[in-house]
Design a protein around this ligand. Structure first.
Ligand SMILES: [Zn+2]
Length: 91
C-alpha cells in the first residue's frame, strides 16, 4: 500500500477498549504501564483501520494500536493506453 495514501492521525483510536483504565493512550506507549518498550508485529488492515499488534517488553501486556486511514490522492505510475476506449467497437 502506498504510504502517501495513508494519513495517520495522531490520536489513535482503540476500538477494543471498554472500561479498562489505561495509563497511556498514545501511539508507541504501553497503555498498561506507560513505557515505550513495545515490540511490534506485522501490520493488520481492517476496513479503513490499520492495526499494529504489539507486546510490551516491560509488563508483558499485548494489544493492537489502531490508526484510521483516509483517502488522500491518486499517484499514477503508468498512464495506460488512453486511446483504447476509442477503439472499442460495439456490435
Ligand atoms: Zn507495559
Amino acid at each position: 500500500m502506498n504510504s502517501k495514501l495513508i494519513k495517520i492521525l495522531s490520536e489513535a483510536e482503540d476500538k477494543k477498549s471498554k472500561d479498562i483504565k489505561f495509563k497511556s493512550n498514545e501511539p508507541g506507549k504501553c497503555p498498561m504501564c506507560g513505557t515505550e518498550n513495545l515490540e511490534y508485529g506485522s501490520i493488520d488492515i481492517e476496513d479503513n483501520l490499520m492495526g499494529y499488534p504489539w507486546q510490551c517488553k516491560t509488563c508483558g501486556a499485548k494489544g493492537t494500536e489502531w490508526y484510521t486511514t483516509q483517502f488522500d490522492s491518486h499517484d499514477v505510475h503508468d498512464m495506460g493506453n488512453q486511446e483504447t476506449p476509442k477503439k472499442i467497437k460495439h456490435k
